[in-house]
Write a protein that binds this ligand. Structure first.
Ligand SMILES: [Zn+2]
Length: 322
């Protein structure tokens, strides 16, 4: 079948949760219904029933899972074959804070029924309200017994390192690091294609049905890396393109930020990899097609050269496999 001649575009999958709001629509242009609890926009995903479907072009109508299975070398280049698309890119509107949570690593997640991937994740702050907090990592000196004591008391947040983030801050959370985004944050997230979360504490609140949401304290406590310590924002690293900063480089993904002046162009490296690209500030076009604020696309490995053009001062996030 013919290979695509433009980056792949998808309909986002919008998820509701009690901590969500409406900023996915107001700030990022996502199509929302009438409710007030839109929490996540899954932009690029291949996870079980959650599937990105190609919107246009020669691969239109096919799911990401189908493309991984049937077009592996064209989509994934040197990383083919893969059992599934390995990364998930999403936006989160944390109107209220999320539960205190931890994700397992690959080895632990593989033992679940059904098995999942582990979840390393990285966040970039797109919106921050005065006083918004991030909880990330155990404070020094909190070992498993000390955390267990606070969890039992319903005060596990006392164990967590916290700070007030700024717009543009990037936080990298390897599997096993306890965390919670606080209220008021609008976040772009790249993560392993996993949906396994163990909740340790839900701030003593109840869900829409009036009941507390389920906690997973034993599994959560077992998944924590007690040596990891507090997490602080990443220090961006320079690359050989002055417009590109490397925010995270780990064994699961690389995350970079591309800052373009109006009219400037940028091309992802022609390196036999796929590249995810999302517009998180300004407005761009890709291969001549408009890519407004909040839009995400996937450049398959077979697309040797694609030009992104900033129509205004623009910030892109791009992510790929190492
Ligand atoms: Zn998380």
């Amino acid at each position: 079948m013919a290979q695509p001649d433009a980056p792949l575009r998808f309909q986002p999958l919008i998820k509701r949760a009690l901590w969500g709001g409406r900023r996915l629509g107001t700030a990022l242009g996502k199509p929302l219904g009438p409710e007030n609890d839109y929490a996540e926009s899954w932009e690029i995903v291949d996870h079980g029933q959650d599937q990105s479907v190609v919107a246009a072009g020669s691969w239109a109508g096919r799911t990401l899972a189908e493309l991984v299975a049937e077009e592996g070398p064209a989509l994934l280049g040197k990383h083919a074959p893969q059992p599934r698309f390995p990364l998930l890119f999403k936006f989160l509107d944390c109107r209220d804070k999320l539960s205190v949570q931890v994700h397992p690593d690959d080895a632990r997640a593989a033992m679940l029924d059904p098995p999942d991937l582990g979840k390393a994740e990285a966040w970039v702050m797109l919106g921050v309200e005065p006083g918004s907090l991030i909880y990330a990592g155990l404070k020094r000196g909190f070992d498993r017994p000390a955390l267990a004591r606070e969890v039992n008391n319903g005060t596990s947040d006392l164990c967590l390192h916290r700070f007030e983030p700024e717009v543009g801050d990037c936080l990298f959370l390897p599997a096993g690091v306890v965390h919670a985004p606080g209220a008021g944050l609008l976040i772009a997230e790249i993560q392993q294609a996993s949906n396994t979360t163990f909740r340790l504490f839900d701030w003593n609140r109840t869900g829409p049905d009036g009941k507390p949401r389920q906690l997973h304290i034993e599994q959560g406590m077992d998944s924590i890396d007690y040596a990891a310590g507090p997490r602080s924002p990443q220090v961006p690293q320079a690359t050989n393109d002055p417009r590109v900063e490397r925010l995270v480089a780990c064994d699961k993904f690389v995350l970079e930020r591309v800052t373009l002046a109006a009219g400037e162009t940028w091309r992802p490296a022609n390196d036999d990899r796929f590249h995810i690209a999302a517009v998180v500030g300004g407005e761009a076009s890709a291969a001549g097609e408009p890519l407004p604020l909040g839009d995400t696309c996937l450049v398959p490995a077979c697309l040797k050269s694609v030009e992104f053009r900033a129509t205004r001062p623009t910030t892109l996030l791009t992510s790929y496999l190492p």
